[in-house]
Ligand binder design. Structure first.
Ligand code: COA
Length: 379
């Protein structure tokens, strides 16, 4: 029998491997810099809107006023879910995970799109527009149905951020909440070849449909090491319970080799630039809700994690307390990530289709070779 080769893969987790070319976004992990199509995330968070960013990710440039208004018009005309999908969603178990509902509903949307298999740029853009328009209703509707409430009809006059909060709560959000939420959507829109985006590109690379790529991306996002981390962060904060308990809790958890969700990053070696904004939103939302406890606890966790492990907070850490203070249920945090990331996923799928090569890496084989087959009755 040949010797088994060294078990350590050359590129574990594909760290540092460039598996695609892309102009959509870039992460500079050393500098803590994130750009979308060349624009710094700080500028976009300060001056832009989610719809403008959607256009930017899909078209590689900022829109003119007329183009932006056209995109908003197209999105708002598509806000409502097909009635067949709504009927289907009513059959889902009430206790389903919202990410599972989203994944299954997106997969089902393809049944009602007769041109789904047309992946020409124009048709793929139309599908991307439809999915981006319908994610808010998918997520909000799944929450309302499980609470025994009827879905709210989307308001075509509202942007995606306002519409989502309206569909979820049944009342128009304050301008402040809608603006903060819009900025959260900007901050989560894209992040280079993260696990879900890579999944989307691998699927699109087989020339499968956008629905297929997005369904796979949702599945990848749901894991606690990726988008699922924001829900896990809030669960940890609730488990800790008070600012006074933070230090002991974190030290004990680290001693038990538990990972503290919302910390560390595969690429950033300094502060995640998105966390800078989300920290501020967590503070503001806590103040507006008249309870800054979650923000204060988060700050303390951040200090202890820096002291104990030298790890920085990532995008998921402060988004958890910000959303919680907005009265959003814990298990919707990750679907909300998807409400934004659908723009990046579809941008990457469009880019993949435009210059496609099947993504088919190799594995470092660590199994045995030249084994002699032994018949069943001789083993
Ligand atoms: N809490 C405690 N320790 C952590 C940690 C965390 N959140 N993140 C990383 N570490 C530690 C690991 O235990 C490991 O320590 P060791 O060398 O003593 O074994 C070291 O830091 C490297 O971690 P590793 O998981 O190999 O690094 P990575 O680059 O693959 O990790 C993440 C990136 C995001 C998967 C990782 O930091 C993590 O699991 N974070 C928590 C989940 C999370 O917030 N995900 C959202 C990402 S945006």
């Amino acid at each position: 029998m040949d010797k088994v080769t060294d078990a350590a893969p050359k590129t574990a987790g594909l760290r540092g491997v460039a598996a695609a070319t892309s102009s959509i976004s870039d992460v500079n992990g050393e500098k803590g810099e994130l750009i979308y199509q060349g624009y710094n995330i700080h500028d976009l968070a300060q001056y832009s809107t989610f719809e403008e960013v959607v256009f930017l990710l899909w078209h590689k440039r900022l829109p003119t006023a007329a183009e932006l208004s056209q995109l908003k018009q197209s999105l708002s005309e598509l806000y409502a879910l097909p009635k067949e999908v709504l009927t289907l969603m009513r059959q889902f178990p009430r206790d389903s995970e919202p990410m599972d509902v989203l994944r299954t509903a997106v997969s089902a949307l393809e049944f009602y799109d007769k041109s789904a298999r047309n992946i020409s740029r124009d048709n793929a853009l139309a599908t991307a527009t439809k999915l981006t328009a319908q994610f808010p209703a998918l997520v909000a509707t799944s929450d309302r149905l499980r609470r025994g409430l009827e879905p709210v009809q989307p308001d075509p006059k509202q942007n995606i951020a306002t519409n989502f909060l309206y569909l979820l709560k049944g009342e128009k959000p304050s301008e402040h909440d809608a603006t903060v939420f819009d900025k959260c959507l900007i901050l989560h829109a894209d992040h280079e070849l993260n696990a879900s985006t890579f999944s989307a590109r691998v699927i699109a690379g087989t020339l499968a449909t956008i629905y297929a790529g997005v369904t796979g991306a949702i599945a990848a996002l749901s894991g606690p090491l990726h988008g699922g981390a924001n829900t896990a962060v809030m669960k940890t904060l609730l488990e800790i319970g008070s600012v006074d308990n933070v230090e002991n809790f974190i030290k004990k958890a680290l001693a038990e080799k538990r990972k503290i969700m919302g910390f560390g990053h595969a690429v950033y070696r300094t502060e995640d630039p998105r966390a800078t904004h989300l920290r501020q939103f967590s503070k503001e939302m806590g103040e507006r809700a008249g309870d800054t406890k979650w923000y204060e606890m988060s700050q303390r966790v951040e200090e202890v994690m820096m002291k104990e492990k030298g790890l920085f907070a990532n995008v998921d850490f402060f988004s958890a307390s910000a959303y919680y203070s907005m009265g959003i249920p814990l298990d919707l945090f990750t679907p909300i990530f998807a409400v934004s990331r659908i723009s990046g996923w579809t941008g990457h799928i469009l880019e993949q289709y435009a210059d496609n090569k099947l993504i088919r890496p190799r594995a470092d084989y660590v199994g045995e070779r030249n084994r002699t087959y032994v018949p069943l009755d001789k083993r």
